[in-house]
Design a protein around this ligand. Structure first.
Ligand code: CA
Ligand code: CA
Ligand code: CA
Length: 351
């Protein structure tokens, strides 16, 4: 993959060096006037303490209060490490006549994440192989990080970004990125959650392909503490969008938090029965980077989309794809989730 311009990081480094020089100057000036030494030292200590907190806990603070910290200085210790050159991100690109649709919770995406250049390199490489991806957990007060990331992808990619959703100060946006050479985003909408049953009301895009296949992609991030209730409502969301666009093929994708302490995964088959749906990412798959084995992320399709499904699907275990030690980052720096995906024919659709 192409090495990207990292002038922003280099600039931050120069500024830091300048600041240190200034601190030195203040120190030597102060030493000539002993009476003013203490206040000057106090100011320096406070500045250094704030700088330390900002640098080390900026992300955590931003997460806790639900905002994205503006431009926290990130120490880039990986500048000399090579980019993940020549490594194709499995499962690889789709063949002609087929598309691969992904879901990826990229964990607190915003300005802070965009500063982590090697993390961004890996994200760009993964997403440069998708035909479409339903992204969860864009958490930024501004749209610039999303626009900046789109600028790093091949120009054939376009996107739909949903409104900021959430009952508290912590808001998230759904973000669907797609290859305009394969797909046309004919329309998009957010579920009309009048009864306020979702922390983050699901977003959907109605896609058309160059051939017969047209479908609705629903992007959802289920609230962990309310997983049982929210997942139960998803079939209503499916029906809502089916009626809206008069289209039966629906791919419900996203971070369902449908496992572990949040949800009894054995209940999912009752919400999405075989008569009407097919659960493609079933309970035995691990979709999380953590040690524990959980199927939080799911791909579920409606019955009419089964004629379009090729039977090929997967989880992108990027921890085994990239040489993380040489990049100077860990897989968990990329996200706490692995992407999940399913493949579809574009020429077999009958509805
Ligand atoms: Ca269709
Ligand atoms: Ca499981
Ligand atoms: Ca169909």
């Amino acid at each position: 993959m192409a090495a990207k311009n990292r002038t922003a990081s280099a600039g931050t480094g120069t500024k830091t060096a300048k600041a240190k020089k200034n601190i030195k100057n203040i120190k030597s000036a102060s030493s000539k006037k002993p009476s003013k030494l203490m206040p000057a030292l106090t100011v320096i200590i406070v500045i250094l303490a704030l700088y330390y907190i900002w640098q080390h806990y900026g992300d955590a603070i931003a997460d806790a209060v639900g905002i994205d910290m503006p431009d926290a200085p990130v120490q880039d210790t990986t500048q000399t490490a090579p980019p993940p050159d020549g490594i194709a991100a499995p499962p690889g690109d789709s063949e002609a006549g087929k598309i691969r649709v992904y879901s990826f919770n990229i964990q607190i995406f915003g300005a802070s994440k965009m500063k982590k250049t090697r993390v961004v390199d890996v994200l760009v490489d993964i997403i440069s192989h998708v035909d479409a991806v339903a992204v969860q957990e864009v958490r930024s007060a501004r749209d610039e990080p999303v626009q900046e990331f789109m600028g790093l992808l091949p120009s054939k990619y376009d996107y739909v970004l949903g409104p900021r959703e959430g009952r508290t100060a912590s808001k998230e946006q759904y973000w669907v990125i797609y290859d305009t050479e394969k797909l046309i985003a004919a329309d998009s909408a957010t579920y009309d959650d009048a009864a306020d049953r979702f922390q983050r009301s699901p977003m959907a895009v109605y896609f058309q392909t160059k051939d017969n296949f047209d479908f609705i992609l629903i992007d959802t991030h289920i609230q962990p503490s309310d997983a049982d209730k929210e997942i139960t409502v998803l079939p209503e969301v499916v029906a809502y969008f089916q009626n809206r666009w008069n289209e039966t093929d629906v791919l419900v994708m996203g971070d369902f938090n449908a496992d572990g302490s949040y949800y009894n995964e054995d209940k999912l088959a009752a919400v999405f029965p075989d008569s009407d749906y097919r659960i493609i990412i079933t309970n035995e798959y691990n979709t999380t980077v953590a040690e524990r084995d959980n199927t939080y992320d799911r791909v579920i399709i409606t019955r009419s989309a089964q004629e379009d499904f090729t039977g090929t699907f997967g989880v992108v275990y990027y921890d085994t794809i990239y040489d993380f030690p040489s990049l100077g980052i860990e897989p968990k720096d990329v996200s706490d989730h692995f992407p999940v995906w399913a493949e579809f024919y574009i020429d077999r659709d009958t509805d």
